[in-house]
Design a protein around this ligand. Structure first.
Ligand SMILES: *[C@@H]1O[C@H](CO)[C@@H](O)[C@H](O)[C@H]1NC(C)=O
Ligand SMILES: *[C@@H]1O[C@H](CO)[C@@H](O)[C@H](O)[C@H]1NC(C)=O
Ligand SMILES: *[C@@H]1O[C@H](CO)[C@@H](O)[C@H](O)[C@H]1NC(C)=O
Ligand SMILES: *[C@@H]1O[C@H](CO)[C@@H](O)[C@H](O)[C@H]1NC(C)=O
Ligand SMILES: *[C@@H]1O[C@H](CO)[C@@H](O)[C@H](O)[C@H]1NC(C)=O
Ligand SMILES: *[C@@H]1O[C@H](CO)[C@@H](O)[C@H](O)[C@H]1NC(C)=O
Length: 233
Protein backbone atom coordinates (compact mmCIF):
# COMPACT_ATOMS: atom_id res chain seq x y z
CA UNK A 1 0.00 0.00 0.00
CA UNK A 2 1.26 3.50 -0.80
CA UNK A 3 2.20 5.81 2.08
CA UNK A 4 -0.21 8.45 0.85
CA UNK A 5 -3.09 6.01 1.05
CA UNK A 6 -2.07 5.06 4.57
CA UNK A 7 -2.04 8.71 5.66
CA UNK A 8 -5.40 9.31 4.07
CA UNK A 9 -6.78 6.24 5.80
CA UNK A 10 -5.32 7.34 9.15
CA UNK A 11 -6.91 10.79 8.76
CA UNK A 12 -10.30 9.27 8.03
CA UNK A 13 -9.97 6.94 11.00
CA UNK A 14 -9.04 9.85 13.29
CA UNK A 15 -11.99 11.86 12.00
CA UNK A 16 -14.41 9.00 12.58
CA UNK A 17 -13.01 8.53 16.09
CA UNK A 18 -13.39 12.22 16.92
CA UNK A 19 -16.95 12.29 15.59
CA UNK A 20 -17.84 9.22 17.62
CA UNK A 21 -16.45 10.75 20.79
CA UNK A 22 -18.40 13.97 20.21
CA UNK A 23 -21.58 12.07 19.36
CA UNK A 24 -21.38 9.86 22.44
CA UNK A 25 -20.58 12.78 24.75
CA UNK A 26 -23.99 14.24 23.89
CA UNK A 27 -25.75 11.10 25.05
CA UNK A 28 -23.79 10.31 28.18
CA UNK A 29 -26.44 11.67 30.52
CA UNK A 30 -28.59 8.59 30.03
CA UNK A 31 -25.84 6.31 31.32
CA UNK A 32 -24.94 7.77 34.70
CA UNK A 33 -22.92 5.54 37.00
CA UNK A 34 -24.84 6.83 39.98
CA UNK A 35 -28.06 5.24 38.64
CA UNK A 36 -26.36 1.85 38.66
CA UNK A 37 -24.82 2.07 42.14
CA UNK A 38 -27.00 -0.88 43.02
CA UNK A 39 -29.27 -3.23 41.09
CA UNK A 40 -32.92 -2.76 40.26
CA UNK A 41 -34.93 0.33 39.49
CA UNK A 42 -36.55 3.00 41.65
CA UNK A 43 -38.32 1.05 44.38
CA UNK A 44 -42.06 1.37 44.93
CA UNK A 45 -41.44 1.43 48.66
CA UNK A 46 -39.31 4.57 48.37
CA UNK A 47 -40.84 8.05 48.38
CA UNK A 48 -38.88 8.60 45.17
CA UNK A 49 -41.17 6.11 43.34
CA UNK A 50 -44.43 8.10 43.71
CA UNK A 51 -42.50 11.35 43.18
CA UNK A 52 -41.15 10.06 39.85
CA UNK A 53 -44.55 8.89 38.61
CA UNK A 54 -46.10 12.22 39.68
CA UNK A 55 -43.43 14.13 37.74
CA UNK A 56 -43.73 11.79 34.74
CA UNK A 57 -40.00 11.21 34.88
CA UNK A 58 -38.35 8.60 32.71
CA UNK A 59 -36.93 5.90 34.98
CA UNK A 60 -33.53 4.37 34.35
CA UNK A 61 -32.01 2.20 37.06
CA UNK A 62 -32.21 4.00 40.39
CA UNK A 63 -32.75 7.42 38.74
CA UNK A 64 -35.61 9.25 37.20
CA UNK A 65 -35.06 12.04 34.69
CA UNK A 66 -36.90 15.11 33.57
CA UNK A 67 -36.72 16.75 30.20
CA UNK A 68 -38.53 20.07 30.03
CA UNK A 69 -37.42 20.89 26.52
CA UNK A 70 -36.66 18.08 24.08
CA UNK A 71 -33.81 20.14 22.64
CA UNK A 72 -32.10 20.28 26.04
CA UNK A 73 -30.40 17.33 27.75
CA UNK A 74 -32.47 15.56 30.39
CA UNK A 75 -31.41 15.75 34.02
CA UNK A 76 -31.83 13.66 37.17
CA UNK A 77 -34.70 14.71 39.45
CA UNK A 78 -35.10 11.62 41.63
CA UNK A 79 -32.49 9.20 42.97
CA UNK A 80 -33.42 6.16 45.04
CA UNK A 81 -30.35 4.58 46.66
CA UNK A 82 -32.32 2.98 49.49
CA UNK A 83 -31.50 -0.58 50.56
CA UNK A 84 -28.28 -0.48 48.51
CA UNK A 85 -25.85 -1.77 51.17
CA UNK A 86 -23.96 1.53 50.94
CA UNK A 87 -21.46 1.88 53.77
CA UNK A 88 -20.19 5.25 52.56
CA UNK A 89 -21.37 7.89 50.15
CA UNK A 90 -18.61 9.64 48.29
CA UNK A 91 -19.41 11.05 44.89
CA UNK A 92 -22.93 11.83 43.74
CA UNK A 93 -21.96 14.84 41.60
CA UNK A 94 -23.58 13.30 38.51
CA UNK A 95 -26.91 13.76 40.25
CA UNK A 96 -26.38 17.35 41.46
CA UNK A 97 -29.72 18.40 39.89
CA UNK A 98 -31.69 15.95 42.03
CA UNK A 99 -34.80 17.14 43.90
CA UNK A 100 -35.48 14.03 45.95
CA UNK A 101 -32.88 11.58 47.26
CA UNK A 102 -33.44 8.40 49.26
CA UNK A 103 -30.47 6.93 51.15
CA UNK A 104 -32.50 5.06 53.77
CA UNK A 105 -31.99 1.40 54.76
CA UNK A 106 -28.24 1.59 54.24
CA UNK A 107 -25.52 0.76 56.79
CA UNK A 108 -24.14 4.29 56.28
CA UNK A 109 -22.67 5.83 59.42
CA UNK A 110 -21.87 9.36 58.39
CA UNK A 111 -21.82 11.39 55.20
CA UNK A 112 -19.45 14.25 54.59
CA UNK A 113 -21.26 17.54 53.97
CA UNK A 114 -19.25 18.32 50.86
CA UNK A 115 -20.92 15.41 49.04
CA UNK A 116 -23.91 17.70 48.53
CA UNK A 117 -22.01 20.81 47.52
CA UNK A 118 -23.76 22.25 44.46
CA UNK A 119 -27.03 20.36 45.10
CA UNK A 120 -29.05 23.57 45.13
CA UNK A 121 -32.31 21.92 43.98
CA UNK A 122 -32.26 19.17 46.62
CA UNK A 123 -35.49 19.60 48.52
CA UNK A 124 -35.99 16.29 50.27
CA UNK A 125 -33.50 13.73 51.53
CA UNK A 126 -34.28 10.53 53.40
CA UNK A 127 -31.44 9.16 55.53
CA UNK A 128 -30.87 6.39 58.04
CA UNK A 129 -31.95 7.65 61.48
CA UNK A 130 -28.43 7.98 62.86
CA UNK A 131 -27.16 10.20 60.05
CA UNK A 132 -27.59 13.95 60.47
CA UNK A 133 -29.12 16.11 57.77
CA UNK A 134 -26.40 17.56 55.50
CA UNK A 135 -25.49 21.07 56.57
CA UNK A 136 -27.14 20.41 59.96
CA UNK A 137 -30.73 21.02 61.07
CA UNK A 138 -30.30 24.72 60.39
CA UNK A 139 -30.09 24.07 56.63
CA UNK A 140 -33.60 22.56 56.48
CA UNK A 141 -37.16 23.78 57.04
CA UNK A 142 -38.29 20.52 58.63
CA UNK A 143 -36.40 17.61 60.18
CA UNK A 144 -38.39 14.52 61.16
CA UNK A 145 -37.49 11.08 62.46
CA UNK A 146 -39.95 8.34 61.47
CA UNK A 147 -39.78 4.55 61.08
CA UNK A 148 -36.01 4.49 61.49
CA UNK A 149 -35.52 7.18 58.85
CA UNK A 150 -34.49 10.80 59.10
CA UNK A 151 -36.34 13.15 56.79
CA UNK A 152 -34.81 16.49 55.84
CA UNK A 153 -37.30 18.64 53.97
CA UNK A 154 -37.11 22.08 52.35
CA UNK A 155 -33.57 23.27 51.82
CA UNK A 156 -32.99 26.66 53.42
CA UNK A 157 -30.97 29.29 51.65
CA UNK A 158 -27.83 30.39 53.45
CA UNK A 159 -27.97 33.72 51.69
CA UNK A 160 -30.60 35.47 53.70
CA UNK A 161 -29.98 34.50 57.30
CA UNK A 162 -28.96 36.50 60.26
CA UNK A 163 -26.62 34.96 62.81
CA UNK A 164 -23.34 33.16 62.44
CA UNK A 165 -24.22 31.47 59.17
CA UNK A 166 -25.00 34.70 57.44
CA UNK A 167 -21.93 35.43 55.41
CA UNK A 168 -21.91 38.40 53.19
CA UNK A 169 -20.72 38.26 49.64
CA UNK A 170 -18.33 41.00 48.56
CA UNK A 171 -19.74 44.20 47.19
CA UNK A 172 -21.03 44.03 43.60
CA UNK A 173 -21.69 40.31 43.91
CA UNK A 174 -24.79 38.21 44.40
CA UNK A 175 -25.27 35.36 46.85
CA UNK A 176 -26.89 32.17 45.55
CA UNK A 177 -27.70 28.82 47.24
CA UNK A 178 -25.18 26.09 46.48
CA UNK A 179 -26.46 23.03 48.31
CA UNK A 180 -27.36 22.46 51.99
CA UNK A 181 -25.19 24.73 54.13
CA UNK A 182 -23.45 26.23 51.09
CA UNK A 183 -23.71 29.43 49.14
CA UNK A 184 -21.80 30.94 46.28
CA UNK A 185 -21.05 34.51 45.38
CA UNK A 186 -21.08 35.52 41.77
CA UNK A 187 -20.17 38.94 40.42
CA UNK A 188 -23.11 41.09 39.46
CA UNK A 189 -23.54 42.13 35.83
CA UNK A 190 -20.49 43.82 34.32
CA UNK A 191 -18.30 43.31 37.42
CA UNK A 192 -15.45 40.83 37.44
CA UNK A 193 -12.14 39.87 39.01
CA UNK A 194 -11.15 39.11 42.57
CA UNK A 195 -13.92 40.38 44.89
CA UNK A 196 -15.71 41.78 41.84
CA UNK A 197 -13.82 45.07 42.03
CA UNK A 198 -13.29 45.64 38.33
CA UNK A 199 -15.99 46.82 36.05
CA UNK A 200 -16.28 46.05 32.35
CA UNK A 201 -16.70 43.25 29.87
CA UNK A 202 -14.51 40.18 30.11
CA UNK A 203 -11.83 40.75 27.43
CA UNK A 204 -12.48 37.45 25.60
CA UNK A 205 -10.60 38.48 22.45
CA UNK A 206 -7.48 39.59 24.31
CA UNK A 207 -7.43 36.41 26.40
CA UNK A 208 -8.44 33.77 23.87
CA UNK A 209 -7.34 35.53 20.68
CA UNK A 210 -3.61 34.68 20.96
CA UNK A 211 -4.48 31.08 21.89
CA UNK A 212 -6.64 30.67 18.78
CA UNK A 213 -3.98 32.30 16.59
CA UNK A 214 -1.19 30.10 17.92
CA UNK A 215 -3.37 27.00 17.46
CA UNK A 216 -3.95 27.90 13.83
CA UNK A 217 -0.21 28.47 13.29
CA UNK A 218 0.64 25.14 14.96
CA UNK A 219 -1.90 23.31 12.82
CA UNK A 220 -0.56 24.89 9.64
CA UNK A 221 3.02 24.00 10.60
CA UNK A 222 2.08 20.41 11.39
CA UNK A 223 0.13 20.12 8.17
CA UNK A 224 3.03 21.51 6.13
CA UNK A 225 5.64 19.22 7.69
CA UNK A 226 3.42 16.16 7.38
CA UNK A 227 2.80 17.01 3.74
CA UNK A 228 6.51 17.31 3.04
CA UNK A 229 7.16 13.99 4.78
CA UNK A 230 4.41 12.31 2.79
CA UNK A 231 5.82 13.67 -0.48
CA UNK A 232 9.40 12.61 0.28
CA UNK A 233 8.30 9.04 1.01
C1 LIG B 1 -44.66 -0.81 41.48
O1 LIG B 1 -45.73 0.05 41.10
C2 LIG B 1 -46.09 -0.08 39.74
C3 LIG B 1 -47.16 0.96 39.43
O2 LIG B 1 -47.96 1.22 40.53
C4 LIG B 1 -46.59 -1.50 39.50
O3 LIG B 1 -46.94 -1.65 38.15
C5 LIG B 1 -45.48 -2.48 39.87
O4 LIG B 1 -45.96 -3.81 39.74
C6 LIG B 1 -45.01 -2.26 41.27
N1 LIG B 1 -43.85 -3.10 41.53
C7 LIG B 1 -43.70 -3.79 42.63
C8 LIG B 1 -42.46 -4.61 42.73
O5 LIG B 1 -44.49 -3.75 43.55
C1 LIG C 1 -37.16 24.99 23.95
O1 LIG C 1 -35.90 25.40 23.42
C2 LIG C 1 -36.01 26.24 22.28
C3 LIG C 1 -34.62 26.48 21.73
O2 LIG C 1 -33.65 26.46 22.73
C4 LIG C 1 -36.73 27.54 22.67
O3 LIG C 1 -36.88 28.36 21.54
C5 LIG C 1 -38.11 27.19 23.24
O4 LIG C 1 -38.73 28.36 23.70
C6 LIG C 1 -37.97 26.20 24.39
N1 LIG C 1 -39.28 25.80 24.85
C7 LIG C 1 -39.63 25.76 26.13
C8 LIG C 1 -41.02 25.30 26.43
O5 LIG C 1 -38.85 26.08 27.02
C1 LIG D 1 -33.86 -4.81 51.19
O1 LIG D 1 -33.58 -5.79 50.19
C2 LIG D 1 -33.65 -7.12 50.65
C3 LIG D 1 -33.29 -8.03 49.49
O2 LIG D 1 -32.30 -7.50 48.70
C4 LIG D 1 -35.04 -7.41 51.14
O3 LIG D 1 -35.09 -8.73 51.66
C5 LIG D 1 -35.42 -6.42 52.23
O4 LIG D 1 -36.76 -6.62 52.62
C6 LIG D 1 -35.26 -5.02 51.72
N1 LIG D 1 -35.51 -4.07 52.81
C7 LIG D 1 -36.38 -3.10 52.71
C8 LIG D 1 -36.54 -2.22 53.91
O5 LIG D 1 -37.04 -2.90 51.71
C1 LIG E 1 -17.28 8.79 60.14
O1 LIG E 1 -17.19 8.47 61.50
C2 LIG E 1 -16.01 7.81 61.86
C3 LIG E 1 -16.08 7.46 63.32
O2 LIG E 1 -17.33 7.66 63.86
C4 LIG E 1 -14.82 8.73 61.58
O3 LIG E 1 -13.61 8.06 61.89
C5 LIG E 1 -14.83 9.10 60.12
O4 LIG E 1 -13.80 10.03 59.88
C6 LIG E 1 -16.14 9.70 59.75
N1 LIG E 1 -16.16 9.95 58.33
C7 LIG E 1 -16.60 11.07 57.82
C8 LIG E 1 -16.55 11.15 56.33
O5 LIG E 1 -17.04 11.99 58.50
C1 LIG F 1 -31.97 17.87 64.50
O1 LIG F 1 -33.37 17.72 64.67
C2 LIG F 1 -33.76 16.41 65.03
C3 LIG F 1 -35.28 16.35 65.01
O2 LIG F 1 -35.87 17.51 65.48
C4 LIG F 1 -33.17 16.07 66.40
O3 LIG F 1 -33.55 14.76 66.77
C5 LIG F 1 -31.67 16.16 66.31
O4 LIG F 1 -31.08 15.95 67.57
C6 LIG F 1 -31.23 17.52 65.79
N1 LIG F 1 -29.82 17.49 65.56
C7 LIG F 1 -29.00 18.43 65.98
C8 LIG F 1 -27.55 18.25 65.67
O5 LIG F 1 -29.41 19.39 66.60
C1 LIG G 1 -34.01 38.79 53.20
O1 LIG G 1 -34.79 38.86 52.00
C2 LIG G 1 -35.87 39.74 52.05
C3 LIG G 1 -36.60 39.66 50.74
O2 LIG G 1 -36.73 38.33 50.34
C4 LIG G 1 -35.38 41.17 52.34
O3 LIG G 1 -36.47 42.02 52.45
C5 LIG G 1 -34.56 41.18 53.61
O4 LIG G 1 -34.00 42.44 53.80
C6 LIG G 1 -33.44 40.15 53.55
N1 LIG G 1 -32.75 40.08 54.82
C7 LIG G 1 -31.43 40.08 54.93
C8 LIG G 1 -30.86 39.97 56.28
O5 LIG G 1 -30.69 40.11 53.95
Amino acid sequence: MKMKAVYSWLRSAALILICNVCFNAGYQLTELQVCALCSGTVRNGSAVGPFCSRSAGRIDGRCCFRNVNTSDPEYVIGLDLSNCSLTHVENLQEASTVLMLDLSHNPTVNISDTVFQGFSELNCIILPEDVDCPGGNISWEKVKVRDGNRLCEGQKSMCNQTGQLSMDCPENSLCAPYGPGFFECSCADSYRGYKCLREGEFPALQVFGPLAASTVVMCLLLWATQRRKAKSL
